[in-house]
Design a protein around this ligand. Sequence first.
Ligand SMILES: [Mn+2]
Length: 356
Amino acid sequence: MLDRVNKLRELLPDEHSAVLITSDVNRFYFSGFRSSAGAVFITKDSSTLLVDFRYYEAAQSSVGSKIDVICYKKLFDELNDIILDKNIKNVIIEDDDVTVNRLSAFQKEIKAEIVTNFQLSDKILDLRMIKTQTEIDKIVTAQKITEKSYQELLNYIKQGITERELAVELEYLMKKNGAEKVAFDLITISGKNTSLPHGVPGDKTLCDGEFITFDIGAVYEGYHSDMTRTVAVGYATDEMREIYDIVLEAHKKAANTIKVGNACADVDNAARDYIISKGYGEFFGHSTGHGVGLEIHEKPTVYLTNDTILKTGMVITNEPGIYLPDKYGVRIEDMYLVTDNGYKDLALIDKELIIL
Ligand SMILES: [Mn+2]
């Protein structure tokens, strides 16, 4: 946790500047403590977690001695004490988090200049791109919970069951298997609905000769997992198999470009060029992937316009797809860890087409 704080400190322009962290996700990232309210205030030589009475005892026992914990009645009073004590002139805020109303309160109450144009949110996302081993372990645990639950769900699938029932049952299994929650509204769609990349499970029942798309993930200790599998019910037509094989091959080609020094664009192009070469380019309308961590979508975006270079410790998804309107769609997604010598696929579940 101190490493992260120190990396943030390196961004401070001078000793009279400080950072005020207000978003839930970044308060957790820099303090290791989760709460629904509070702030983290970081100067060149101090870091303070400010919480209210509800969280004070838990916060004290949760954060190490390197971070001060203050219980506030009025947040601004405690902040101003530190600001005066440390001679802080500029307070940099999270531009993606602070609302217009909150900003005017800051400007009125905080006894320093409020810095809104530092692009702090983006700079923190840059730090969060590189995961520590502890963070990777949590993502892997979230993925294991997803896989166990998915495999249990496959046994539950029978004729007549609805998409909605699949989603509810899967969410139940994930929580039973240790997820604190699902990573997003689970996508369990079938037949024509699978041509909608982010379709919503409804009352449609499963039928033979249809695809089911499972785009699913769990959260474990704040960290998300993301996986998509497309399976067929009863049988698959030759065309369904052909589309599936193209997407799988695109996925493999993208995976093989995941290595330190390559750009996100290279990964996207590998999948996209192959799908285009097979004549389905217009049916792959989204990016090949995205970073995953404390949020389900974070930097970097794996797309042809992103020249961000892959570095060890990044976790990105690889999820090409082909969506034929009014027919069906296929997407195959795993999370990949960028390692010193290539990549590690964080999913263990096979990607070959299965027929239920
Ligand atoms: Mn995804």
